[in-house]
Design a protein around this ligand. Sequence first.
Ligand code: GLC
Ligand code: GLC
Length: 627
Amino acid sequence: MATFVTDDDLFAMRMDRSADDLWPWLERLYGDHPGFDAFVAELRSALADAWGARSGRLKRRDLERDLQPDWFQRPGMCGYVFYVDLFAGDLRGVVDRLDYLVDLGITYVHLMPCLMPRDGDADGGYSVRDYRRVDPRLGTMDDLEAVIEACHDRGIVVCLDMVLNHTAREHDWAVRAREGQDAYADFYHTFPDRTDPDRWEATLDEVFPDTAPGNFTWCPVMERWVWTTFNAHQWDLNWSNPQVFLEMARVMLFLANRGVDVLRFDAVAFLWKRLGTRCQSEPEVHMILHALRAVGRIATPATIHLEEAIVGPAEMLTYLGQGAHAGREGNLAYHNSLMVQIWSAMATRDAGLMTHVLDTHFPVALPNATYATYLRCHDDIGWAVTDEDASAVGLGGAAHRAFLSDFYDGTFPGSFARGALFQENPATGDKRISGTTASLAGLERALAEGDADAIDQAVHRIVMGHAIIASFGGIPLIYMGDELALTNDYDYRDDPTKAHDSRWLHRPAMVWDAAVAVGSGGNGPAARVFAGIRHLIARRAATRELDGSVPCVILHPPDAALFAFKRDAPTGPLICLFNVADGWRGVSTEWLSANGVTAFHDALSDGAVAHADGHVHLPPQARIWLR
Ligand code: GLC
Ligand code: GLC
């Protein structure tokens, strides 16, 4: 059969298709730079080289995804997030554990940072020394590629971190900058004295006020202050330098050519600095992300981008593309607000604030993008509730945020939770929270107290939380061990490289004995949580209304203990209903029919829902998906 399109044609077509998403943005970002033309030429050859180096297998995947651009929206997508060492020892070990994930229904894995980190404390791997090498403790690049291939063989896609905002101070670029090599002087933001840093500090937040106060670190070798938003060893890259864009684009293409399906762009809000602002989510950040997506679309189109911007509701949406960037920025972004609101509703047993926030700030549908939904992750929970939103439902912002911290560190009288504070900031009153899903949801305390009712409620809370993230829209991400209801791990306090960072509380090692035990059934809390989560992943996959592209309309049930939304599918709506209270609640069949429910079929249990006296009666922590 004659070939009707050559490899070169295909590349030219891809280049053509995305040209408007690339060059004009680069022109705006870097056009005034003296080396702009050379930069453009270098980027062009980086793209051509990456295409040339791309395997036939991946080019086939590119075509598959051209034909199915909504592949990541499918209800069959369900993610699992783990540290390679804590899950399976090393990369080879991961391959042996894939059957467990397949059995659970997982089709997406996020391998937490596995590129070469600095020695010692490396912020869980987010302080990268070399983006082209794998952490030798975990294996080699070949091992990583073998894991990716093994995942692909099982229908699992792979997500990998790419830290855009900073490198480790041990990264080669930083080493060269310290040696005084001219070409690297502008890779980072450095200052001869405190004059500028003090001016910038006036409007900057502090991410780690407790352990890494301030945003600048003195470098005795250079005798300059270096911009370090996060830890002192994490040097912020200077994205106003086109060479930084070029080098990071090369890294991105390199990783995509290893077969990575999803690149998780870490801490993207901080990429662009503008004096007099918080230096978060500046317009140029979106231009950079738009351009990076175009770079990927041209040479490595099968790979999509997940933006990590843990910011307030309105700001978060911008990472999925708004205005000129609509449909052309992140394919996925973390739904931080949904996560925060689930925990807020569970603490107050009231979904009023949640309903208000999700209805007010989020559109019912997004062009060409969706959310990564989650209940817990490897990071702390920051109470991103604005004063305006709190007051709209009669709460005080500061008081509610303080309540949530007290509730989840367990000190609030009657709290079911056990967690720990993270980065308490007396200056702002901000207190973030660490703890595993199970411990925050009440299981650790209930087990310690031997309280059977409380254990039961904790189990239901955990499953309800997962039922929300599985039906809201987007790819639900399950954090390793949550499916086994693993409780807090206090051992990190004995490790000097971890003791200062309470996020290690909720990063326990996988307990494979527990996994084996739940596999053989049983009635303990771990077995019930596992069965509940496994069941809901399977039901999600079978429920076409849960496709990410189906609009999600927030409803206002008459009872504030209920959280409800409608997945408005062309084939008819699915009403997802959750009872966040500790007691039974009812919802009238009249209200349900007014919202399109005709059959009283629960897609989650795949059974009929009983209704009596004109009401559907919902037990505590109920979750139903009604057709
Ligand atoms: C991201 C990571 C977090 C890390 C930070 C700095 O937010 O999720 O763990 O501390 O970036 O890289
Ligand atoms: C802040 C950052 C976020 C990071 C987190 C780590 O929330 O915005 O990027 O994950 O701190 O604790």
